[in-house]
Design a protein around this ligand. Structure first.
Ligand SMILES: O=C(O)[C@H](O)[C@@H](O)[C@H](O)[C@H](O)COP(=O)(O)O
Length: 253
């Protein structure tokens, strides 16, 4: 594979090692002086990342830990339209159980779109405006969908697509069906997602890809010309992207 010069590609042994390095990078970003909000993701790839981040933060000296938590501000990429934050399958609940509660964060500092808003399109515009008022994303953490989505930017997706209400593809609903009793039809059909526009406006991007199932899509992302057919491929036009991939995702074995 021959990634573009801008893209830093780091191979790790396994998901745990990738998570450890991702957590270290996130904590460094949170510990640097005045800063822009973090952009956060959900999904299975992120479970060990947040577990490692929680451990790293708890291992900090008290004053440093307090400073990190006091200054915390993050914006998640997305959530399913219609799921309450109390619904364990919502991304709001994912963040509450994996980050807000273990760290004792003030929940308003871990922001997500309001999935229960009566007008999801208007909520997407409100969420984008709130992010813009806070200066946009500093470091954006991303996972990669099997169909090449980042956030819920499903293919085809233009590089300037803004935060909006999106239709989830059948492939994404299959990918995420496990949380819905294994039934893709039970997965909500719509979500509110930051767009490629907000993602590509982040100062830095950290893409974490693990597991053999992601090998084909990662190979395409690293080798194909950026195009709407593979939304994650737009990342190759960003000046500061790091890809953390485990051996299985990179080699397919
Ligand atoms: O936060 C997000 O926007 C989504 O959850 C999504 O983009 C996720 O990162 C990928 O679908 C990979 O999901 P897995 O990590 O579960 O494979």
């Amino acid at each position: 594979m021959s990634p573009t010069p801008q893209l830093e590609l780091i191979q790790l042994d396994d998901p745990a090692a990738a998570a450890q390095l991702a957590a270290k990078r996130l904590l460094e970003a949170r510990s640097e002086g005045p800063q822009l909000p973090l952009g956060l993701a959900t999904g299975r790839t992120m479970e060990p990342v947040y577990a490692a981040l929680v451990s790293l933060i708890h291992a900090q000296p008290e004053a440093d830990r307090r400073a990190v938590l006091r200054n915390w501000l993050s914006f998640n990429l997305d959530d399913y339209v219609g799921l309450s934050p109390a619904d364990p399958r919502s991304f709001a609940a994912f963040m509450a159980s994996r980050l807000v509660q273990p760290l004792g964060l003030v929940s308003e500092r871990v922001r997500l779109p309001d999935a229960l808003a009566p007008d999801p399109a208007a909520e997407a515009r409100r969420y984008a405006a709130e992010l813009a008022r806070n200066g946009g994303i500093g470091l954006q953490l991303l996972g990669l969908g099997l169909n090449g989505h980042v956030g819920f930017n499903e293919p085809p997706c233009a590089a300037d697509a803004p935060c909006r209400c999106v239709e989830l593809s059948a492939m994404t609903r299959r990918q995420n069906a496990a949380a819905f009793g294994g039934d893709p039809l039970a997965v909500p059909h719509r979500a509110i997602s930051l767009g490629m526009a907000e993602i590509l406006a982040a100062r830095r991007i950290l893409l974490v890809v693990t597991g053999v199932a992601k090998a084909p899509v990662l190979r395409r992302l690293l080798t194909e010309s950026p195009s709407a057919a593979l939304p994650g491929s737009w990342l190759r036009q960003h000046p500061c992207v790091t890809v953390l991939a485990d051996r299985a995702a990179l080699t397919g074995a």
